[in-house]
Design a protein around this ligand. Structure first.
Ligand code: BES
Ligand code: MN
Ligand code: ZN
Length: 494
């Protein structure tokens, strides 16, 4: 999908579909008024007939409107003139796309910069619009045996800017949107790839590919023998029951001198989570191909950062393993030693995410990170706590939490903070080891974060639990979150 800005008179624009807004109660937007004039009142006469109200979600497709160069004119409802909120604007764009999709237009010119959104400017609107277009037009179909006949689809979207200043803002927005959309697409593709193909080795290959495509990135992969030498007993315990060897993938992006401390992002890469010996129930287990969506978001963010040539150093790390039951698998009650020296009693082999993450989080200490953010489909409990809209945020540093909150607002990739108070740590007590890997029924997402907190004391750290936001179950699919959030956080650091 290609995005462009355009100024000049919309009446004269040669496009397959011009899109303009109509407010509630049949009030034309300024742009629609101009078009109406050029058409000598054709548009207002049709509106008066009542086929189009101007409510958000309403629309009317007109062909060969007199006085207008465009092939089609799509009128979309903008609702009342009062400023709309972010959700309403997103709905406006989504409903516009579904109306465009049923035409055979291959390109469109959007003249939708008029509606005001609380606290957002032209640049924000353009970026959101482009991101929503890219997101909505995405499909994951290459594994279908026979491609259904390709009908012409929209592949170029132009956005109308009122003047040069607005055009500059729109251009900046589109540059960011394209990089983010590319990262989101990469994350969704990797996330959607089933676990018979997307193994830890496959993730390593994809990460190497990213380094081949971007000179600013170097990828290194640690093998099981390397991890054994480093003492990563927790990470290695997870893949023990699997025929697929575990990997620790390190992607190093250099946008600043070596002397500058890097931002480190770490993603849980469980290519399939059966639960191990603590086997999950059968229903819905297929969703566990998405247990590497954290890893996928790291790869997607690295891609976006490289695309934008950000003048900072960023290191993306993926502990990758498959969690399977077998004669060689970890068993409930086993005790392992982590790279940090702390020991863990594995009371439930299904709490494996924290086991791969804790060793990765210890390992990255050597990079002297400026901040560390991990992303993981860590707990089913986060959906119980927060539902499916926000990603769960945990942090040992208020400034970092606030910076992330700010980035979430700017990127419309929402998060909500939960506490990691010392009180909860008692739930992780183990009789025989330094800690257990599960903390009982209460506050499951918090005790998981508390477990990680024991390995992240030496730096400013945040944890994002995306178990409810990284993918959806019906229809099935990876969302690419939190690539927009992470990329925005890193853009803000420049
Ligand atoms: N990958 C799961 C968490 C998950 C569940 C992600 C549902 C997406 C949807 C994780 O490894 C897990 O199994 N967590 C357990 C933790 C429990 C054993 C303490 C859970 O959530 O039940
Ligand atoms: Mn699990
Ligand atoms: Zn898992």
């Amino acid at each position: 999908m290609e995005f462009k800005s355009r100024t000049g008179q919309p009446t004269k624009a040669r496009t397959q579909c011009l899109v303009a807004g109509v407010y509630d109660k049949k009030v034309l937007s300024d742009i629609a008024k101009t078009l109406d004039k050029a058409s000598r009142g054709y548009i207002s006469r049709i509106i008066k007939k009542g086929d189009m109200t101007g409510k958000v979600g309403s629309g009317l497709l007109l062909h060969e409107v007199p006085g207008i160069a465009a092939d089609r004119l799509l009128l979309v409802g903008l609702g009342g003139k009062a400023a709309m909120d972010v959700g309403q604007y997103q709905n406006l764009i989504k409903s516009t796309i579904s109306k465009l999709k049923i035409t055979s237009a291959r390109n469109a010119l959007l003249c939708l910069s008029e509606p005001e959104i609380k606290g957002k400017d032209a640049r924000w609107k353009a970026r959101q619009t482009a991101e929503i277009f890219a997101h909505t037009m995405y499909s994951f179909t290459h594994m279908k045996g026979k491609q259904s006949a390709k009908k012409p689809t929209l592949n170029r979207v132009e956005m109308h800017a009122a003047n040069r200043t607005e055009q500059n803002a729109v251009n900046k927005a589109l540059l960011e949107a394209s990089a983010i959309a590319k990262g989101v697409t990469a994350a969704r593709n990797l996330g959607n790839t089933p676990s018979n193909i997307c193994t830890p080795a496959y993730m390593a290959r994809e990460s190497r590919k990213l380094a081949r495509d971007n000179k600013t990135i170097t990828t290194t992969v640690l093998e099981e023998k390397d991890m054994k030498r480093l003492g990563m007993g927790a990470l290695l315990s997870v893949g023990k029951g699997s025929a697929e060897p575990s990997k620790l993938i390190i992607m190093n992006y250099k946008g600043a001198p070596r002397s500058e401390q890097p931002y480190v992002i770490v993603g849980k890469g469980i290519s399939f989570d059966s639960g191990g010996i603590s086997l999950k129930a059968g229903a819905g287990m297929g969703d566990m191909i998405y247990d590497m969506c954290g890893a996928a978001s790291i790869l997607g963010t690295m891609s976006a950062v490289a695309e934008l040539n950000l003048p900072i150093n960023v290191i993306g790390v993926i502990p990758a393993a498959e969690n399977m039951p077998s004669g060689s698998a970890s068993k409930p009650g086993d005790i392992v030693k982590t790279m940090s020296g702390q020991t863990v009693e594995i009371l439930n082999t299904d709490a494996e995410g924290r086991l791969v993450l804790c060793d990765a989080l210890t390992y990255i200490g050597k990079f002297k990170p400026r901040t560390v953010i991990d992303v993981a489909t860590l707990t089913g409990a986060i959906k119980t706590a927060l539902g499916k809209y926000p990603t769960g945020l945990f942090a040992n540093d208020d400034d970092l939490a606030n910076d992330l909150q700010h980035a979430a607002d700017a990127s419309a990739d929402r998060i909500w903070r939960l506490p990691i108070w010392e009180d909860y740590q008692t739930q992780l007590k183990s009789q025989f080891a330094d800690m257990a890997n599960v903390g009982g029924r209460e506050a499951g997402s918090i005790t998981a974060a508390c477990f990680l907190a024991r390995f992240t004391k030496k730096y400013r750290w945040a944890h994002l639990d995306i178990a409810a936001t990284g993918f959806t179950s019906s229809p099935k699919g990876a969302t690419g979150r939190p690539v927009p959030l992470l990329t925005q956080y890193l853009i803000d650091r420049c």
